[in-house]
Design a protein around this ligand. Structure first.
Ligand code: MN
Ligand code: MN
Length: 436
């Protein structure tokens, strides 16, 4: 999302879009021409001179106006109202891209003493084979039990405060208190814990770099000790049989706990500086300077270039002001998994051949963009749209349609889009993650 503009013309990029009126006028004229020609061909013999080939070709691709058709059968009015783009799609939509929308609020919520969790995985969003997501809440003092798993774990703190721990293979431990806007990354297999802190625990989004991952399928400390012969446990840990008999006889998973002492006290209790991890497994994303900032919004990018341990997950936190949009673009290295934090949006995803799907997104929804697919995300509300773009990739990479078109010889663009050199110069030449 860096500004890669190397054009020498010094032209200030145009930020204002084509006016709606000029767009509608052009569209109406085109539709009227098509309609009239249709009537003419139905009522009279074909004229002696056919339209030139270019015009004929255009006629076949202009989306046809479709008068509304009534829907007398049963409808889910709530869903229809929430997702007008699915129920009354723009005429440019076509075919089947596969699912590009799901919501945590449709997922089963596992309630536990001390917290809850729900997940959106490949089972509910089958197009997302790279990434699975979990939204989890821990009350003050409550633990997500000591565990590890086959996937790497990336997290964005949505609310409150938490203390995290993760062990390195060399025995050093990372202990940290995190709050809203912070990230963490735990490599696959590294054992870790999360605990809610005062005043009201925490909520966080977890991202796993395996689409089929399940939060129900992790290596729990309580599960292991319950499935190991007690004499082996006693021998391994140098404990008496009476101590081993006190181990829990059920999974803890999420369970209530006491508020821990200060972070400094905890660091001292594990052995002080010599016992602490030299590597940081957390990152203050909201404190980072945006990679892009403009009148339409901003984008903060965090990947392995800024947060070195995050080798398999790259991300962007995008803010789009009312009336603005994330520009037409695509990503060459990964599919995109989105989490909508606030506001509302419309996205169209374009894949080959000739498939396009438009959906609407609200807080708590998940969006999906297949690898390479072209897309935009438009703010359709009156408040800021804030969402995360997440990739199973070491680096965030995107291609901007505008940037591409403005770094080609104008006659090449003119030959493809049938517009003048003057019109081409209206296209913003820079990458603008968010356009107004
Ligand atoms: Mn975990
Ligand atoms: Mn994108």
């Amino acid at each position: 999302m860096q500004n890669n503009d190397d054009s020498k013309d010094g032209e200030k990029p145009l930020t204002a879009p084509l006016s709606r009126r000029s767009f509608v006028a052009a569209g109406s004229a085109g539709l009227a021409t098509v309609a009239l020609r249709g009537i003419a061909s139905a009522q009279t013999p074909a004229p002696a001179s056919d339209p030139p080939p270019a015009e004929k070709a255009a006629e076949t691709v202009i989306p046809q106006y479709r008068p509304p058709v009534s829907d007398p059968g049963p409808i889910n009015a709530t869903l229809l109202k929430m997702n007008p783009s699915a129920n009354n799609p723009p005429p440019t939509d076509h075919g089947d891209t596969g699912p590009i929308w799901y919501s945590f609020n449709l997922s089963h919520r596992r309630e536990q003493p001390g917290g809850w969790t729900h997940q959106v995985t490949e089972r509910s969003l089958p197009t997302s084979t790279d990434i699975a997501g979990v939204d989890m809440r821990l009350n003050t003092g409550a633990y997500r039990e000591l565990h590890w798993h086959t996937a790497a774990e990336w997290s964005f703190m949505l609310y409150g405060n938490a203390r995290i721990s993760v062990l390195n293979p060399d025995g050093t431990v990372f202990l940290k208190d995190v709050s809203r806007g912070d990230l963490w990354y735990f490599p696959a297999g590294y054992p870790h814990s999360i605990q809610g802190l005062e005043p009201d625990g925490c909520e966080f989004l977890l991202i796993f770099d395996q689409g089929e991952f399940s939060e129900e399928d992790t290596f729990l400390l309580s599960d292991w000790v319950r499935h190991t012969p007690p004499d082996v446990l006693a021998k391994n840990m140098n404990l008496s049989p009476a101590s081993v008999a006190k181990f829990p006889n059920h999974d803890l998973y999420i369970f209530p706990g006491k508020v821990p002492p200060s972070l400094a006290t905890d660091k001292e209790s594990v052995g002080g500086p010599a016992a602490l991890s030299p590597t940081s497994f957390s990152f203050n994303m909201m404190g980072m300077k945006p990679a892009f900032s403009g009148p339409g919004g901003s984008a903060i990018v965090v990947d392995s270039r800024s947060f070195p341990v995050s080798k398999t997950v790259a991300s962007a936190l995008v803010t789009v002001h009312p009336g603005a949009m994330r520009e037409l673009h695509w990503h060459p290295n990964a599919s995109e998994w989105q989490f909508y934090i606030s506001g509302q949006a419309r996205m169209t995803v374009f894949i080959t051949p000739s498939q396009a799907r438009t959906m609407d997104y609200h807080e708590g929804d998940v969006g999906f963009v297949p690898l390479m697919a072209g897309h935009y995300i438009e703010n359709t509300g009156n408040t800021d749209l804030v969402y995360l773009e997440i990739f199973r990739a070491p680096e965030f990479i995107d291609f901007s349609l505008n940037n591409w078109l403005r770094h080609l010889p104008p006659e090449m663009v003119s030959a493809h889009l049938n517009i003048s050199a003057d019109a081409i110069r209206r296209i913003p030449s820079q990458k603008n993650a968010v356009l107004i």
